[in-house]
Design a protein around this ligand. Structure first.
Ligand code: PEP
Ligand code: MN
Length: 263
């Protein structure tokens, strides 16, 4: 179902009035995690002023250590939705278990399936039964073929509104948090008809590489970029190393707009 051979024309993903995959790159931005109403509201205000239409923020956080901040859960979904509504933004957030999908639906516009859950087949089937667009992240060690099959699970369950997101893969290289597989973008676009985005934050794990990675992503044909923004990254409860503060976010958007004016 995801194959370009079966459907030659690009799939457009519609998120209310926002379209992903129509040739105009979209920026998805927001904090790593929802921490408080004040925090998400400050980010939402900033994003709206910057022209961003889709806000991210994790309420359910898949953390490597069980002792790290696990997210505010359902309460976080409500805070994110309230802040986003105030500033007329669409919401994308990660859902980790099939059982949490239904209760989340009123609060989300795009469901994110995280890298660690790319092959959580029950979750893929469950989000496939909803009428919400799904942003599917590539697994930490997933081949492109496995990634495409994961998208197929969602489509096979009835949901064709799928966005693929390259977010770096695990290699021997330690200079970056993961290795951004930039050629995955044109390969995925050749093999499938789905929109492809690049998460520059989790692929690089380095603030200084966010802009160059985003430029590379758009230059190679990505339909958009995801990046993390926090009012005060130094005190962020997760990913403090690579989130942008508001001034840095301005520079990021400016730097990208110079070369990609349609952003
Ligand atoms: C995230 O986007 O919040 C996240 C946890 O990313 P990934 O699943 O790509 O690690
Ligand atoms: Mn993060």
């Amino acid at each position: 179902l995801v194959s370009r051979k079966r459907q030659p024309e690009d799939t457009l993903v519609h998120v209310k009035d926002v379209t992903i995959g129509n040739g105009r790159p979209q920026l998805i931005a927001g904090p790593c995690a929802v921490e408080s109403f004040e925090q998400v509201n400050a980010v939402a205000e900033k994003l709206a002023l910057s022209g961003v239409k889709v806000m991210r923020g994790g309420a359910y956080k898949p953390r490597t250590s069980p002792y790290d901040f696990q997210g505010l859960g359902f309460e976080g979904l409500k805070l994110l939705k309230t802040a986003a509504d105030r500033h007329d933004l669409r919401v994308i957030t990660e859902i980790m278990t099939p059982g949490a999908v239904e209760s989340a639906l009123p609060y989300v516009d795009i469901i994110q399936v995280g890298a660690r859950n790319m092959q959580n087949f029950d979750l893929l089937k469950e989000v496939g039964k909803t009428d919400k667009p799904v942003l599917l992240k590539r697994g930490l060690s997933a081949t492109i073929e496995e990634f495409i099959y994961a998208a197929e699970y969602i489509m096979a369950s009835g949901n064709s509104q799928v966005i693929l997101c390259e977010r770096g893969i695990r290699t021997y290289e330690r200079a970056t948090r993961n290795t951004l597989d930039i050629t995955a973008v044109p390969i995925l676009k050749q093999e499938t008809h789905l929109p492809v985005m690049v998460d520059v934050t989790h692929s690089t794990g380095r603030r200084d590489l966010l802009l160059p990675a985003a430029k590379a992503a758009l230059a190679i044909g990505a339909d958009g970029v995801m990046v993390e923004v926090h009012p005060n990254p130094a005190i962020a409860l997760s990913d403090a190393q690579q989130q942008l503060d508001f001034d840095q976010f301005d520079q990021f958007v400016e730097g990208l707009t110079v070369q990609f004016p349609r952003l």
